[in-house]
Ligand binder design. Structure first.
Ligand SMILES: [Zn+2]
Length: 464
């Protein structure tokens, strides 16, 4: 193994070199390498103009990940890789590359801690060509999926023992309500776990109950209403990392603007008595849509607000909008297209669709009930109304469509489009702290208006 330190080879000249190297005619050309360190995991992305074939192994003492990539030569952007690792990366200590065989490059990733890598390939999508992705998760982080299931079961039990009022807490679990059987959702998943591991044979989830028996619906807003407690807001800055979201005409990324707005919103809430906040991300890295939901569920958040600033096909579109989940078709063509664009985040950001986590998440997120959607609308309408007093609205109605990130099984959820980044004026406005604070204030006042006027009793008391 060699440890080359000739870095920062000019990419264009390396490309010329690659194109004139006959040996590489059968291989792919590496276009770009990106490293996305984050508290939860570090992602390493190799982007190439053709699929890369790689084998990997995890070694200990010291911990390292060894990857052999077929059809590559060392004289390419791989040399820059070591320079992209930051000293504060929580997982990667160093990266070494070497020409292991004539057409095999060996990558040795020296680790700061033992990892559980997820390695997967992605086909070209959006602006990306083929990607080979290494997601390095801590080896001892516990089973997040199991934690999610246990949390879901706790919610089911919570409903079974009737923590809410008699008319709002049914004597059956959500899963029982949906299946009409005694099995809990956790039991169902456990029974089908081996099948879920194999997407080819993955079973269909329990049927979603038609909303024709409202007195038996659990009301997610009213759970725990007996308890006097603070309100936990889940704030979800859209996109991040490999997924830039929409990009404005001058090149501003949605992911950056919405993170800044989310931080303002967090600060407003944190300075309010009896309000607490959890963020689904607080730096520039990709979080899969279902993981955002799972984080909010695991934290027992009371409300979920996803923050975006998307683009449209024409530059004229402007103003803020609020969206909720729909249980059928979208409320407008625009809402349907907006949901399609948002739901593409997973494909662009990159997830391993063969992983068990993804398969189970698909099941869990397909169980939204009309009652839950109604609870979300109860939050979204006053929020939109209050926002209309402070910022220009694109639509005066809450719109609905099938947004994956709003499919929390039990948390009222809405998605706020803070502006159209595709509108040059709004893109410029998004870059000013004053506007970002104003839109954060608008969302905050909206949430407060909701909590003041449509609260569970406990929330009314904690906000006065
Ligand atoms: Zn977005």
């Amino acid at each position: 193994m060699t440890t080359p330190r000739r870095r920062f080879l000019v990419q264009s000249s390396s490309m010329v070199l690659l194109l004139t190297t006959p040996m590489l005619a059968r291989g792919a050309t590496l276009m770009s390498i990106r490293v996305w360190p984050a508290p939860e995991y570090t992602r390493l992305t190799l982007e190439s103009d053709g699929p890369l074939s790689a084998a990997h192994q995890v070694l200990n003492d010291p911990p390292r990940l060894v990857v052999d990539i077929q059809g590559l030569q060392l004289d390419n952007p791989l040399r820059e890789l070591a320079g992209k690792v930051k000293s504060d990366d929580p997982f990667i200590k160093d990266v070494r590359v070497g020409q292991y065989k004539p057409d095999v490059v060996r990558l040795v990733i020296d680790l700061k801690q033992a990892v559980k890598p997820q390695v997967f390939s992605l086909l070209p999508v959006a602006a990306y060509q083929n990607r080979l992705v290494f997601d390095l998760y801590p080896a001892h982080s516990g089973d997040r999926l199991m934690a999610f299931m246990q949390q879901q079961e706790a919610l089911d039990r919570d409903r079974q023992v009737g923590t809410g009022t008699a008319q709002t807490a049914p004597p059956q679990s959500l899963a029982q309500a949906q299946t009409g059987q005694q099995d809990s959702l956790g039991d169902w998943i456990r029974q089908h776990r081996s099948e879920l591991d194999n997407p080819q044979t993955a079973p269909q989830p329990p049927h979603v109950l038609a909303d024709n028996t409202p007195t038996q619906r659990p009301d997610p807003v009213r759970r725990d209403r007996r308890n006097f407690r603070s309100v936990l807001l889940a704030i979800d800055p859209g996109h991040g990392g490999e997924d830039p979201g929409a990009t404005g005409p001058s090149g501003v990324h949605e992911k950056d603007m919405v993170l800044l707005i989310a931080r303002h919103l967090r600060d407003l809430a944190m300075n309010t008595p009896n309000m607490r906040v959890m963020m689904t991300r607080d730096s520039d890295y990709f979080v899969p849509l279902w993981t955002r939901v799972e984080k909010a569920q695991s934290a027992n958040a009371d409300l979920f607000t996803s923050i975006h600033a998307d683009g449209w096909f024409t530059p004229e579109a402007r103003g803020a909008s609020v969206y909720c989940l729909s249980d059928g078709g979208a409320s407008s063509v625009e809402a349907r297209l907006m949901a399609q664009r948002e739901n593409a985040a997973d494909a662009i950001g990159g997830i391993d669709i063969n992983s068990r986590s993804y398969q189970v998440a698909k099941v869990l997120l397909d169980m939204s009930t009309t009652a839950k959607i109604n609870a979300s609308l109860k939050m979204a309408r006053p929020t939109l109304g209050k926002m209309g007093e402070l910022v220009h609205l694109h639509s005066k109605q809450v719109q609905q469509a099938s947004f994956a990130v709003l499919k929390s099984p039990s948390i009222p959820s809405m998605l706020v489009e803070t502006a159209f980044i595709s509108n040059p004026e709004e893109e410029a406005r998004l870059q000013t702290p004053a506007y970002r604070k104003q839109i954060a204030r608008a969302i905050f006042e909206g949430l407060r208006a909701y909590l003041d006027t449509n609260p569970p009793l406990a929330r009314r008391r904690v906000l006065t």
